[in-house]
Design a protein around this ligand. Structure first.
Ligand SMILES: [Fe+2]
Length: 360
């Protein structure tokens, strides 16, 4: 389902130039575009034009694949000789899919290559481009969460969840990659932390209108209750959404006793004030309309399940649910930082940089 694009496609070149400038692309640098069979050609042309304006070198590595953005993992992107050496030699790699967790990205980061992911629609790139203050807010939020000992999440829908923090990594995305080895996503604006192993406990209650980003890109139709013990979801109750979630996780079990798909994964909330809330209602189940926006909605609590390897753990299951919840209150140690879905900690509040074209 595709609704009309709002921006003039020719604006993409200007947007790419602004984004490259945020990424501090210099004339003596080389940008590599990693694309695939489904990448919009206008993105490649816009990136080429932007790099030419800056005076930087740029080329495209187009792979003979078609990515599904509903499943993460780009491990198998490069099985061609010389590809990884090119990634390591680049200054900025622009990946038009999600290579998080891949070996080739890790090797590039270790060599100092910066990585920018782009997988949202042109309107969303325009709307979500990192506003002033977002970087500072994202760093402030992720530092504060990382230093906290405990996170508690409650909601009027019945969520009552807690976990211990501090053992695992915390990372943030503010929309551009300007430092060596940095990985970011154009259109982002959130942070992720992983609970200490085995400490997540309680109940998460999704209510109608909450959102699946991964894997199904849809609104929750009905209440879905997750009971969690020692870091593992032990029970999922509800109707359609509960069945979808159980079936998805069961399908990814490697053996009957494998509960890794049922582990609690990263936690965090959105911070980008330019994100609009009704993308799925307007555009339907289009991942390119909710990939950035859905994680960036200010104050929505992103509860995810599955792997924790990006947080420093050993769980590498491919069963990954990213599902933000509206109307949650988040308490770090004894301090309320998000109340009923609204950020109240002033250090995490960013002013919108443009008028919102759809509902706020
Ligand atoms: Fe995720």
């Amino acid at each position: 389902m595709l609704r009309p694009q709002e921006i003039n496609t020719m604006q993409l070149a200007f947007l790419y130039k602004k984004e490259f400038e945020l990424c501090r692309v210099r004339p003596d640098e080389t940008v590599v575009l990693v694309t695939d069979l489904s990448t919009r050609r206008e993105y490649v042309e816009a990136a080429f034009a932007a790099a030419a304006e800056i005076g930087a070198g740029i080329y495209e590595m187009k792979v003979n694949r078609k990515f599904s953005t509903t499943h993460i993992g780009g491990e198998w992107v490069f099985d061609t000789k010389g590809s990884i050496a090119a990634i390591e030699a680049a200054d900025l790699v622009v990946a038009h899919h999600i290579p998080l967790g891949s070996e080739w990205m890790a090797r590039g980061c270790a060599a100092g290559t910066r990585f920018l992911m782009i997988y949202d629609a042109p309107d969303d790139l325009a709307r979500l481009m990192s506003p002033p203050g977002l970087k500072e807010a994202a760093i402030y939020a992720s530092d504060k969460v990382h230093k906290a000992k405990e996170m508690r999440v409650i909601s009027k829908a019945g969520t009552d969840f807690r976990c211990k923090l501090g053992d695992m990594f915390t990372s943030c995305q503010y929309g551009y990659a300007e430092e060596p080895g940095r990985v970011d996503h154009w259109g982002a604006g959130h942070f992720s932390t992983w609970p200490n192993i085995g400490t997540a406990d309680g109940t998460i209650v999704y209510q109608p209108g909450d959102c699946w980003i991964l894997p199904y890109v849809r609104y929750f139709e009905d209440t879905c209750r997750l009971d969690i013990e020692n870091g593992v979801i032990v029970n999922i109750e509800g109707k359609t959404d509960a069945k979808l979630m159980r079936d998805f996780m069961d399908a990814h079990r490697q053996h009957p006793g494998d509960n890794e798909p049922y582990h609690v994964s990263h936690l965090g909330w959105g911070l980008n004030p330019n994100a609009v809330l009704d993308q799925i209602a307007v555009h339907g189940p289009a991942i390119e309309r909710v990939g950035g926006t859905g994680r960036a909605w200010p104050g929505t609590f992103l509860f995810s399940t599955g792997p924790n390897d990006q947080g420093g753990g050993k769980n590498k299951t491919r069963a990954h649910v990213d599902a933000p919840m509206f109307g949650c209150t988040v308490i770090l140690d004894n301090e309320v930082v998000v109340e009923d879905g609204r950020i109240v900690d002033k250090g995490m509040i960013v002013q919108p940089s443009q008028s919102l074209m759809v509902a706020a």
